[in-house]
Design a binder for this molecule. Structure first.
Ligand code: BMP
Length: 234
């Protein structure tokens, strides 16, 4: 089972200086930052570069949730600047003339691709979860660096990790969407994505520390359980 890390989701448009303070204060406790479209549209790629300077050692992900033809996606990522290590795209658009070309253009720019495996909101059960076999074919073809899978439905995180042990699994849904800290990690996710539970808290640093404590508590229980099962039901 992997050692899990927290990735902070920064979405709400606020003054850049406010986020610079938040990133500086959480750097080290948070091992990654995911910048959502609302914030990226508000601070722009140059703002994102400034934000990154507050915590260069973290993994920075642009959550663009791309779902377009090759041509348009290439244009989009060409405007990203140098703030990001990885970009998120939807898997359902398929590999040919889409994700394969996106992977290549990201590689040229020194970035990695993360694909949405399924989503954390209830509506994802209507389509995404029903198509996982198809999504699997795309993942096998594209072999992305990362997969986004919902902590709100940990069985899907388990499925992603079981099928693709080489992929870095990013798991949203902790806190504001109801999943308990550690749920994604216990299912095998490398990163648990946490947004509002930290960013909207009166004291974000304290909230982050509390989430890490809860995550560690849950992890130690699920690890002990896994060890118990391994020992007694080999
Ligand atoms: P919050 O913890 O505030 O609910 O934020 C979750 C973050 O993860 C948001 O940036 C959201 O866009 C993203 N996300 C999600 O919630 N569910 C998904 O399935 C995929 C996501 O990227």
């Amino acid at each position: 089972m992997s050692m899990s890390k927290i990735m902070l989701a920064l979405d709400e448009p606020r003054p850049l200086e406010e986020y610079q303070g938040l990133v500086a204060e959480t750097c080290g406790l948070a091992k990654g930052y995911k910048v959502g479209l609302p914030l990226l549209l508000s601070i722009g790629p140059r703002g994102a570069e400034k934000l990154r300077r507050e915590c260069g050692k973290a993994v920075w992900v642009a959550d663009l949730k791309l779902a377009d033809i090759e041509y348009t996606m290439k244009l989009t990522v060409s405007l990203l600047g140098s703030a990001f290590d990885a970009v998120i795209a939807h898997a359902f658009i398929g590999a040919d003339n889409a994700l394969q070309e996106l992977t290549a253009v990201l590689e040229d720019r020194g970035m990695l691709l993360a694909l949405v495996y399924s989503m954390s909101h209830p509506g994802a059960a209507e389509v995404y979860d029903k198509c996982l076999d198809y999504v699997d074919r795309v993942v096998e073809k594209v072999r992305p660096w990362g997969l986004v899978a919902p902590a709100t439905r940990p069985l899907i995180v388990e499925r992603a990790k079981r099928k693709y042990p080489w992929a870095v699994v990013l798991s949203p849904g902790i806190g504001a969407q109801g999943a308990e800290p550690g749920t994604g990690a216990c299912a095998g996710a490398e990163y648990e994505i946490v947004g509002r539970a930290v960013t909207a808290a009166p004291n974000p640093l304290e909230a982050l520390r509390e989430i890490i404590k809860k995550r560690n508590r849950r992890l130690s229980i699920c690890w002990r359980y896994a060890e118990f099962r391994r020992t007694w039901w080999p």
